[in-house]
Each structure stands twice: as structure tokens, then as C-alpha cells.
Design a protein around this ligand. Sequence first.
Ligand code: ATP
Length: 712
Amino acid sequence: MERQGLDAKVSTNDCKSENVSRKRKLAEHRKSLPVASVESSLMQEVLRNDTLIIVGETGSGKTTQIPQFLFNAGFCRDGKAIGVTQPRRVAAVTVAKRVAEECGVEVGQKVGYSIRFEDVTSSSTRIKYMTDGLLLREALLDPYLSRYSVIIVDEAHERTVNTDVLLGFLKKVQKTRSRSLNDSFNTENMNTNGKLEKGNNGKYVSSLRQHRGRKLHPLKLIIMSASLDARLFSEYFGGAKAFRVQGRQYPVAISYTRKHVLDYTEATLITIFQIHLEESPGDILAFLTGQDEIESIETLAKETIQKLPESKRNLVVIPIYSALPSEQQLRVFAPTPPGVRKVILATNIAETSVTIPGIKYVIDPGFVKARTYDPNKGMESLIVFPTSKAQALQRSGRAGREGPGKCFRQYPEDMFYKLEDSTKPEIKRCNLSNVILQLTALGVDNVTEFDFLEAPPRQAIFKSLEQLILLGAITNDGKLKLSDPVGHQMARIPLDPIYSKALIVASQFNCLEEMLITVSMLSVESIFYHPREKQEEARAKMKCFSSPEGDHLTLINVYRSAVDFLNKKKLELSKEKLEKSLRKWCKENFINSRSLRHARDIHSQIRRHVEQMGLPLNSCGDDMLQFCRCLAGSFFLNVATKQPDGTYRDFSSGEVVQIHPSSVLFRKKPDCFGGIQHWTAPLQKVFGEVISTERSTKFLDSATVSEGYTVD
Ligand SMILES: Nc1ncnc2c1ncn2[C@@H]1O[C@H](COP(=O)(O)OP(=O)(O)OP(=O)(O)O)[C@@H](O)[C@H]1O
């Protein structure tokens, strides 16, 4: 006993001294970062300027250190907080964890993070990392962002649609908050849309109780990146000052190919093994364009590893892309055992802000998959483009964070100089329905006049307004309906407006449970997989789930079969074994287990959300006609009808469309079908019933939508 006690004491002491030395190392590391040497001049500039643009090399310490400097400079007095936005969830989570560790606190206390469906903050949180989309949602409840003294918009060069909208919104909030200093009346009497409201007694009343009797402090805004066009941002913010942080921590040697490579995936695979066999220890980060590419390189790399001599098989392959559940994404950050090298195959999810410990080598093939939108067809697609110079710089910046690094660009040097300087803003190439709904809910009455950093194409704005009017979210003059809460509810559900509307409609059609499953399954990539060598077998299995009522019910059948399977096995297996046996079940049924897992994840998150909103969680049971009615009422924007010549035409645009070969309706050729992406349901049974009533009038209205707005 005594001996054990002694051992325990020794190991507690070991732990303590390990902690002390870790703390000392972190403190030394922080001091060595380039931003550390400019802390006081930087804080002076923040005090002097309401808006500041900070440009500094990747890894110089902007994201992790500047919020801590602001905290120490007193910006969190009076319970105020510093908000730091990131374009990506994974960055918000990992950076918050790192900063919490540097501050010596548990994440969720002084330092926390908030991302869609996950809030790790508390009343004591003073430095809050979050996605830019999340801050926009927060603004729906607190339109002046009154709890923040400073907002940092990080990685602004990425120009995601949320970053651009956020910048415009913050500019507005800044003006209002500065004005409110001289005019407390404003803050006392505004409703959540920022409008003055009169109460029953004719006096102005406030629905923003948190502001009663308080003046709002001016909002400090900091915009940061290693690679942004400072002039553009400065002009937008009325000549805002740009502050440059000089120097980088470690060098990154860049190399190019001598000739153009014909197949960048093959070149990436070869480079991975060249590094593994010839270069000194250190992990590898290779950028690819999407899940399919990553999965095929993962398979090839694993096969190649097996062919290496045993002493060289110490290479593990780990994928990361946005469709992976978050805990699987975080696997890339776990350290590898000594003597093992890891290679991470990533999409641009790992391109900015993140530090993946151990990464010494980066492979950059120079391509990225990005959204494009055709407002005429109302269709969004993902296309592979060459990266911009800014992206190339960010990618190389993932190395050189813990020591000198190397970046292998898979194209010749002259190509680099031909790349665009920066990435085309997402707002110019995406469907804007979500953005417009958010802005309208934030009290922007005319989005065509909103002060965007760079305005999106007018045609895209009109198309999205049309969609929102048809969905019943806004009135014909582009305002949220006062008489009907649907627009407000849609803005609160963190999904594409078509899906949010589908959930609201479903609660009225008594089939919210079914629609929750449908929307979750539609939100993930490829549920079924058909390996080339087992096409027939896979097709036969798929038939077991197929519903004559279309793909949506087929997806529901898959989901429910998986849940039944789990329920049956739940009592006999541990959680870990249960997941393993579900993976086996998926394999036997040719179902993509990762996608199914992701769908389950989304399902439980959205379920919680609609519960909080008070929507009744009802089910239509076996009444599938009821569910099909609901599908027609939800996805009526994407309906196609059969023409006398056997082709299909989209009901609203008149475009010729086809049923996707993977659809269960491909051979059935119904008279009318509708759906989202390539998932379709036959709607002839219910189409007339639902659409011909309220909806058809709205279709007529849509022709006049754009006339309600002034066009230059
Ligand atoms: N999770 C982490 N694990 C280990 N080291 C980290 C981690 N996060 C940050 N660091 C260290 O802190 C340094 C500064 O990181 P930080 O993210 O603040 O830089 P940055 O200037 O914001 O970079 P970028 O422009 O690439 O986002 C990194 O170079 C790295 O050495």
C-alpha cells in the first residue's frame, strides 16, 4: 500500500512538473512570435482607430495572440467580450482550444467557441471564437452586438459570403453604436429589427431589454489576414488604417515542378512517397479538391504503403474534409506515435488559420473546388478552379509553424505568377437566398441598396428575392412578413431556406419527423456507393430500400433501417462495438457509413434546434401520401413536368431537365417530379392538390418581382 502511495505521489509530482514545463514553453513560444514585439504599438493603434486592418505573415501570431493583447489592454472590462470570427468551424474550435491552453483555462471559461450547433462558452467567456455565420445569427437576437467591445474578422481574404455580409453589417452596427453614444434614445426605443416602436400608450417602448438605461460603447473592428488586399478594405471603411506585422517565425522553402503535370492527383501521390522516403521526419499536408479525390488517393496511398519494405511502412493516412463528422476532423490534430509519419489529405478546410502540429511539408497541386451559380437556371454547382496567389500563400503557411518547412507546388514557377491575386468573392458566385433572408431578418429593408464590400450580381439578388417570396418568407416588396412568423423562423434555422421551409411546412403536415430525416440525408454527400466491380450486387441491395414514392422515401427507409439495426443491437453491444457493427451493416448494404453517420449527426442537431423553436415533432406514420403532399408543398420550386415528346421541363424556368440515373425514378418516368439536387419524388398525385392553390398565384407574382426594385 505504502509503495503504491509513494508511486502515486511521484507521478503527481511528475505531472505537476510536466505542466510547469509545458506552461513555460508556451510562454516562451508566445514571446517569440512576431506580433509579440509590436503588442504595445498595436494596442495604441486599436485605441486610436475604430477600424484597423492587420496584415501579417502566416503563423506570426495574429489569431492566437491579438485577442489576448486586447483582453490584457482592458477591452473586456464591464463584462464585455472580444469576438473573433473564422470562416471555418474547425479553425474556430482548434484555435479556441489553443488559446485556452495558453491562458491556462478550460475551454468554455475565459476562452470559448461557438459554432453551428455547438456552443462551448459560459457567462465568464471573454474571448469567443466563432464562425462568421454564427455571429450573423447572434445578431438576430442582439442587433447591436452589444456584448462585444471588439470584433475581429479573421481570414478576411477568404471572402466567404458570410464574411462579406458580416463586414457590411458591422459597418452599420459601428455607425449606430457611435451615434448612440450621443443619443441614448436610439438604443432605448428600438425593436429587434433596429426600428423605433410605439407602445399602447403611444410612447416609444424598447424590446431590447438588455439596453435599457445603458449607452452602447463604440464597436472596435479589426480585420485580419496574411494575404488581403488592404487597399480595398481600407477604402470600404472610409480610409481605415492598415497595420503591418513584420517578420515570420520560421522559413518555408517553396519548390515548383520543372514541367506542367498532367495529372495532379498522381503527382501528389508520387510527391507524398518521395517525401516519405527521402526527407527528414515531419508530417505531410496535401491539398486536394474534394471527398472523392481524397478517398481515392487515400486508398492508393494505403495500397502503396503495403508494398513498401516493412521498415518504411511507418506512414499513416488521415483525411479531412467538411462532410466528415467533427470528431473525425479533429483526428488530424492528434499527435502520431514516435517514429510514425502522418500524411493528411485535406480540402481547403485546412488552408487558413489552423496549425496542425507536426506539419513540416505541404503539397499544393494548385487546384480548389469552389461554388459557382447560374442565376438564370437557379443552379449551383461545384467546379475545380486553379487557386489564387492568396490561397497558395495560405497553403504554404500551414508549414513553418513549429520549425522550418517545405512546400511543394505541383506546377511550374511561371504558373504561380499567372494566378489571380485573390479569390473571387463567394458572394459573386453563389445562391444568395440565405444571405438575403439573414439581411432582411437583420432589418435591411432593401438589399439591393445594402453597402456590400463588392456587390453581388443584381440578377442573382433578384433570383433569390424571387425564391424567398415564393417560399413565403418575405413580402413582394422584400420585407419579412409581419403577419406570419415563417420568415423569422426560417432565418433562425441554420439551413438553406428551402430546407428550413420544408421543416416548417412538415410541422403543419404532421410529418416533421420524416422531414427531419429527409433534410439530414439530403445534407450529406452520396449515401449509396456502387463499387465498379460490384454494380449488380449494390443495385440489388438498393432495391431493398427503394420506395416507388421516390428518393426521399428511399432515404427515409435507409435511415430507419439503420436506426432499427442500432436499436436491436443496443442492449448487447458497447457503444464502440455498436458503431463498428453499424459500419459492417453499411458495408453489406452498400451504404456510405461516413455519410450516414454525418446524417445522424445533423439529424440530432437540427432536431434539437426545431424543438427549441417549439415546432411540434409529429410523424405521419404510414400515411405516405401526407408526406408526399408535404414534399410538394416544400420543394415546389424544383418541379418538372413531362412534355408530349417525353422530355422534362423545369416548371418555372422552362429549362429541359433530366432525372438523374441514380434516382429510383430514372426508369419510371413519372408525369411530374420534384426535389432537390438529384433526389426526386413523383409529384403527379399531389402536385395539383397542393401547388395549384396558394403556390400558383405566387408563381404568377414571381414574374413581377424584379420590377419592384429600381435597377440602375
Ligand atoms: N494548435 C496549435 N498547436 C501548436 N502550435 C500552435 C497551435 N496554434 C498556434 N500555434 C503556434 O502559434 C503560432 C501562431 O499561430 P496563429 O494562428 O496565431 O498565427 P496567425 O498569424 O494567425 O497565422 P495565419 O495567418 O496562418 O492564421 C503558430 O505558428 C504555431 O507556432
